[in-house]
Write a protein that binds this ligand. Structure first.
Ligand SMILES: [Zn+2]
Length: 277
């Protein structure tokens, strides 16, 4: 289950999943879509050293990336932006969050967490959907909010491969987003009928997983609604075990760190219910 720091694998022809280390055991992924001497890079890992290694590795293939995509503003996906001298695509709301949180999460270039890297904002923005071209193949960027408000996915319609960023994780994680939006986005991805989904953390999965992800979020929402109706305290609700809302076979397969994600989900969804939705 534990991924070695920095690893790469061609999961489909010209689709490289590149993994780096993370505080979570599942690691973190970037993706390089390669066609001839052209490439789109999706995200750029978490540790500054891993981001540099990713960038150099792509250069070693004789490729200068045509575009970088930020699936969302979280700095475990955007730390290496400044290494790339190409258009950086993101959702129209992405720069706002990066500007607000980078100083807290990463700090200045001299900060240990930055490792000499500095903030570089995306400069190619879109709202709902945009189509790009990679050597004659269509590459769609689609807004799929939920994990964060600015989350986007990258879809290759010819091959039905969906690069999800953190919209799809081994356990959905909505602490920084919104559970209803996440459910809607997971349904949107289902309608694309992807054959393969590349996740922001963890191994690729198939589209059949999404139904279980939606069910988990719905069950947490039901539990929160019930708990509020029954007058349960927030503290008590936050003790809701993962096993109560996710099949045990999926609980067992989760890497360390996801119990914290579950706790974050409980906290967020409890708060959402206070606005009575
Ligand atoms: Zn992430």
């Amino acid at each position: 289950m534990v991924r070695e720091p920095y690893d790469e694998e061609e999961v489909a022809e010209g689709v490289w999943q590149i993994s780096g280390s993370h505080d979570w055991d599942a690691g973190v992924n970037a993706v390089a879509l390669v066609s001839g001497t052209h490439a789109f890079v999706v995200d750029n890992l978490y540790r500054p050293g891993d981001a540099r290694r990713l960038f150099k590795r792509i250069q070693s293939w004789g490729i200068e990336p045509d575009a970088l995509v930020n699936t969302h503003w979280h700095t475990d996906h955007t730390i290496g932006n400044c290494l790339f001298d190409c258009p950086i695509w993101a959702h129209v709301t992405g720069p706002k969050y990066l500007k607000r949180y980078w100083p807290k999460w990463v700090g200045g270039p001299r900060d240990r967490r930055a490792g000499g890297l500095r903030l570089k904002l995306p400069d190619h923005l879109f709202d709902r959907r945009v189509s790009l071209d990679l050597e004659g193949a269509e590459v769609q960027l689609i807004h799929v909010p939920g994990h964060t408000p600015d989350s986007i996915g990258v879809f290759l319609p010819d091959r039905r491969i969906f690069i999800a960023g953190d919209t799809v994780m081994d356990l959905p994680f909505v602490l920084f987003g919104d559970s209803l939006e996440e459910i809607r986005s997971l349904r949107r991805i289902q309608r694309l009928r992807p054959r393969m989904i590349l996740q922001g953390h963890g191994r690729p999965c198939s589209g059949t997983r999404l139904a279980g992800d939606i069910r988990y979020l719905q069950r947490v929402r039901e539990e929160a609604r019930e708990a509020r109706r029954a007058g349960l305290s927030k503290e008590k609700f936050l003790e809701t075990p993962l096993e109560r809302v996710l099949p045990s076979r999926r609980c067992r397969a989760l890497a360390k760190g996801y119990s914290e994600a579950h706790h974050g989900n409980l906290w967020k969804i409890w708060n959402e219910m206070s606005s009575a939705r």
